[in-house]
Design a protein around this ligand. Structure first.
Ligand code: ADP
Ligand code: MG
Length: 251
């Protein structure tokens, strides 16, 4: 199951500071959309608005026609926060099971999910006993454990080394083939965005706006050989130019 997301004329101000302005996006059911853009352009804010953790100053979000609040109440959302609240006493396995308890939905067997994420032997460890990368994988497992229709991921793999990052990306890519869901994915990693997404939304900063939307014209999931394809090479180069030249120069 997956849902479409409509983001209509979203603006968000913090006092005099306009964090987001006029953000319009239509995301199809089952689509994987990445958000990239300079630090501070409002990616986290936008994701938190979709997750009903923050209110927009203007505009509205509809998830399958419903308000974020209703969708959150129905437990159809999964969120990997950029800075998750860590409960020091909660063991990895309990963290995953907690999601399933409060949502009353077991999408995946908790222990299998942790094994899939390379955490075998660490299931009973508390956050203080896990590395940053391990903790991030526990957060990913908790976010997906109830099989949410909409998955919101805010730099979910940023603490992982390159190899683990690729493994996690591949797991999600394969998994989405069997259980399609809509994914909004924030990343700084251009290669990762191009490898995983149907479309990449590039944001410009102050205020955060949609600068350009780049469609990746190749079916998902894509394996490692996609990195050698013309589409991959040209799209990553185009995104790099936008992010590191055009936006820096204020074009
Ligand atoms: N609670 C808040 N209070 C005041 N300013 C905030 C708050 N949250 C975010 N901001 C500001 O809004 C802008 C966008 O932040 P954020 O969404 O975290 O950007 P990104 O995730 O793209 O790096 C930044 O300038 C940030 O300082
Ligand atoms: Mg952020």
């Amino acid at each position: 199951m997956s849902v479409p997301v409509v983001i209509r004329k979203i603006g968000r101000a913090y006092g005099a500071m306009q964090a987001l302005a006029d953000v319009d996006l239509e995301i199809g059911a089952g689509e994987f959309v990445s958000f990239v853009g300079p630090s501070g352009c409002g990616k986290t804010t936008l994701l938190r608005i979709v997750a009903d953790l923050e209110k927009p100053t203007s505009g509205e979000v509809k998830i399958g026609g419903a308000n974020p609040k209703e969708v959150r109440r129905q437990k159809k959302l999964g969120l990997v926060s950029q800075r998750p609240a860590v409960l020091p006493w909660k063991r990895a396995l309990d963290d995953v099971k907690f999601t399933q308890k409060i949502t009353q939905r077991v999408g995946y067997p908790a222990d299998q999910l942790l094994r899939d994420f390379g955490l075998e032997g660490h299931e009973r460890k508390k956050p203080g006993q896990l590395s940053g990368g391990m903790l991030q994988r526990v957060n990913c497992a908790s976010a997906i454990a109830h099989d949410p229709e909409l998955l919101l991921m805010d730099e979910p793999f940023s603490a992982l080394d390159e190899m683990k990052r690729e493994e996690m990306g591949e797991w999600f890519a394969r998994e989405l083939e069997t259980r399609p869901r809509t994914v909004l994915f924030v990343t700084h990693h251009i290669d990762e965005a191009v490898l995983l997404s149907d479309r990449v939304v590039v944001f410009s900063a102050s205020p955060g706006r949609v600068y350009e939307i780049v469609a990746i014209g190749a079916p998902r999931p894509r394996d490692r050989s996609f990195r050698e394809s013309r589409i991959f090479i040209e799209t990553t180069a185009r995104l790099r130019k936008m992010l590191f030249q055009d936006l820096e120069a204020g074009r």
